[in-house]
Design a protein around this ligand. Structure first.
Ligand code: SF4
Ligand code: FES
Length: 369
């Protein structure tokens, strides 16, 4: 059956970033600046995304503000008819640069914070002074009249500060707060023992969210999903593989999700050679886990097969070495016990991080030959 068109494009403009978050969602092998797509190619990608049916583009990274041509990219996306959302750490965002982006047609900003206060935020992000810069960026965004979403990635080392994070979102004038539990692949899997929250922390946080939703209804929307390691059922990752979203990597790979390159054996098309339309409708990589035909037992025939689509392919790859297996986050998976083992290990683990690095040792070549 012909798939529906995608709703949104995740444009990973760069892997460069001044922060070093230990749960970064970028691949552990990063793309260097010299191999990033140029302005004209991104402009063509945005036009193709709009023609394909996408309604919005998330301008992401790394840190998208590291791209000097960001105003031109926003203008191109806006000109193509896409709603433009900038996903930023905020540390490079000041009033003059935001004015350029507003003039180019930027619609919305999603600002990340690593914790509710500077000491924790700067330690977790691995960037001294970063938290203060974020507060300045939030003020600049609101002064420009742009809608603001605060994105708080939560884990064992900041989850107890959730009330303060909610207060921070209110103080900064955010209309939405995304409380996003860490997803454990890539950098985060390497730091999993230092990041996994306990069941008691999770239950307390869930109660905090419920109370805050009641107290701040009409003023602050709070997005919050119980994390996989404490859930009995997996989430429908990306709304199902190749069903709602597509991503383009800094070097031009067209992907069903931002982490898809962690799955070996799939040949992802590139924007330099293939249109987004051809990738979406004709690429074997997009078809590989789309729908339900690929599913093994116990997903095959399960009443939730078209609800969670078997969970996350990248998590199955990361934990089982098999992207075609049922996500072990499901308690019907024969490997579900792995998650309990990880929680038990984390309960006695320390707090130190292995920070994300952007260095010679983990810059990969992705040149077209
Ligand atoms: Fe979802 Fe598969 Fe678990 Fe059923 S068995 S709930 S489809 S992951
Ligand atoms: Fe890739 Fe879930 S992150 S399918």
């Amino acid at each position: 059956m012909r798939p529906e068109p995608p709703l949104a494009l995740l444009a990973e403009l760069t892997h460069r970033c001044p922060l070093r978050c230990p749960y970064c969602s970028n691949p552990t092998q990063l793309t260097g600046a010299g191999e990033e797509l140029d302005t004209a190619t991104w402009a063509r990608v945005f036009a193709e995304a709009a023609a394909l049916g996408c309604l919005q583009v998330h301008l992401s990274g790394g840190e998208p503000m590291a791209r000097r041509d960001l105003p031109a990219l926003v203008r191109a996306a806006q000109g193509a008819g896409l709603y433009t959302n900038l996903i930023t750490s905020g540390v490079l965002l000041d009033a003059p640069r935001l004015a350029e982006l507003c003039a180019a047609g930027l619609d919305h900003v999603q600002l990340s914070v690593q914790d509710a206060a500077a000491a924790g935020g700067d330690r977790i992000g691995g960037y001294a002074g970063g938290h203060a810069r974020k507060l300045t960026a939030a003020a600049v965004i609101r002064a420009a009249g742009l809608p603001l979403t605060l994105n708080a990635v939560v884990h064992r080392q900041n989850l107890d500060n959730l009330e303060q994070l909610i207060d921070l979102a209110l103080d900064l004038g955010a209309g939405r707060l995304e409380v996003a539990h860490v997803q454990y692949y890539g950098w985060a899997l390497a730091n999993r023992a230092a990041l996994l929250p306990s069941r008691a922390q999770l239950e307390a946080a869930t109660a905090v969210v419920a109370a805050a939703r009641r107290a701040h209804a009409g003023r602050l929307v709070i997005d919050y999903v119980v994390p996989d390691y404490h859930a009995a059922r997996p989430k429908a990752c990306m709304g199902g593989w190749g069903q709602r979203f597509l991503a383009v990597s800094p070097a031009g790979r067209i992907l069903p999700c931002h982490a898809a390159e962690s799955i070996p054996g799939l040949d992802y098309p590139r924007v330099q050679q293939t249109s987004l339309h051809a990738a979406w409708y004709a690429s074997p990589a997009f078809a590989r886990f789309r729908g339900t035909d690929w599913m093994p037992s116990p997903c095959r025939g399960c009443e939730r097969a078209e609800i969670d689509w078997g969970g996350c392919r990248c998590q199955a790859q990361a934990l089982l070495g098999d992207a075609a297996a049922t996500d072990p986050a499901c308690d019907r998976s024969p490997r579900h016990g792995l998650l309990a083992d990880a929680l038990a290990e984390a309960a006695s683990a320390g707090q130190d991080f292995a920070y994300r690095q952007f260095s010679e040792s983990n810059i990969r070549s992705d040149r077209i030959v």
